[in-house]
Design a protein around this ligand. Structure first.
Ligand SMILES: NC(=O)c1ccc[n+]([C@@H]2O[C@H](COP(=O)([O-])OP(=O)(O)OC[C@H]3O[C@@H](n4cnc5c(N)ncnc54)[C@H](OP(=O)(O)O)[C@@H]3O)[C@@H](O)[C@H]2O)c1
Length: 288
């Protein structure tokens, strides 16, 4: 049994990581503010990070804390950099000092978006936009300070906690409001529970370096929305639109589907297709 310190434990992925690691390990959950069972830890505060890590003496540190407001980051790049690059660097320093292993969560958005087939861990990153640059800077800082760290990339997250695309689509569809969804951005939806289970397997296996952990399959936001409505038994007219028809402050990659080559080849772990995970998510929510 390992002692695992999880940061960002109240986020969408953080909650599932706490749940998944708790099945077999001792978990110390931390978030920016303390509350029942969760200790306080702002990952950007060097002294606090060093002290918390020294006190807890974790075997593994799992970093799910991040600045995740993709569009807002365009006007708050310094804040995004602080949380997504400086914070992970502090964790890497503390992990190095204490001998802990570090798994740092990152994103498909580090890719430019011009690939034509699912992108594996060896592909070169070329982040576009402030959020993407900050996440890439975090990856680079962690690699430089702790080369044996795991950079764990996920994509298009959905799950039972927090605001996410699936829940927004289902709410609007239930309200009978019209839906227009971008059909020319392709990616790999990822169920937070599946990603969390993969994170446990990765740390238990001793794998180092970059690991992709999306659900398998490639889809557009539009087809993702249609499948969510179909599985929820909702009849909704969803108009496919282009990225140009839905302008956002931050540019998003047109194609960022991930291939989990390391999980598959080194661990023999094949993530299930996103449609199966989505079905699971929707049936858990409706209690069926
Ligand atoms: N959501 C996606 O679709 C997606 C896709 C690909 C990759 N990812 C990556 O997956 C990871 C988890 O994302 P998520 O969607 O679960 O994010 P989330 O729900 O926004 O959770 C992030 C958590 O980090 C906390 N946090 C922010 N700054 C912090 C700091 N300085 N110290 C401690 N905690 C801090 C936030 O707390 P506050 O509420 O106090 O700010 C929040 O609870 C991130 O690395 C993200 O980049 C997400």
């Amino acid at each position: 049994m390992a002692r695992v310190l999880v940061t960002g434990a109240r986020g969408m992925l953080g909650r599932r990581l706490v749940e998944a690691f708790s099945l077999r390990h001792e978990v110390i959950a931390t978030a920016r503010c303390a509350s029942d069972g969760v200790l306080s830890l702002d990952i950007c505060e060097r002294a606090d990070v060093a002290e918390r890590v020294a006190r807890v003496a974790p075997d593994w540190i799992v970093n799910a804390a991040a600045y995740t407001a993709v569009d807002k980051a365009e006007s708050e790049e310094a804040l995004a950099m602080r949380a997504n690059a400086d914070g992970p660097a502090e964790l890497a320093r503390a992990a190095r000092a204490s001998g802990a292993r570090l798994l740092h969560v990152s994103t498909d958005f580090v890719f430019r978006g011009d690939a034509r087939e699912p992108i594996d861990e060896s592909a070169a990153a070329e982040p576009v936009g402030a959020y993407a640059r900050s996440k890439w800077a975090g990856e680079e800082a962690v690699r430089r300070l702790l080369p044996q760290a795991v950079i764990f990339r996920v994509a298009w997250l959905f799950g039972p906690d927090g605001k996410n695309f699936v829940d927004t689509i289902l709410r609007v569809a239930r309200e009978g409001r019209p839906l227009r969804v971008v059909a020319d951005q392709l990616g790999s939806p990822t169920f937070t529970a599946d990603a969390a289970a993969a994170a446990v397997a990765v740390l238990e296996s001793g794998i180092e370096g970059t690991v992709h952990a999306a659900n398998t399959g490639v889809t557009s936001w539009h087809a993702f929305a249609e499948e969510a409505c179909r599985l929820a038994g909702l009849k909704a007219e969803i108009q496919p639109i282009s990225t140009a028809e839905w302008p956002t402050p931050a540019a998003r990659p047109a194609y960022s589907a991930l291939r989990n080559r390391v999980l598959e080849e080194k661990l023999g772990l094949c993530q299930r297709p996103w449609q199966e995970a989505l079905k699971d998510h929707i049936s858990r929510k409706s209690g069926t």
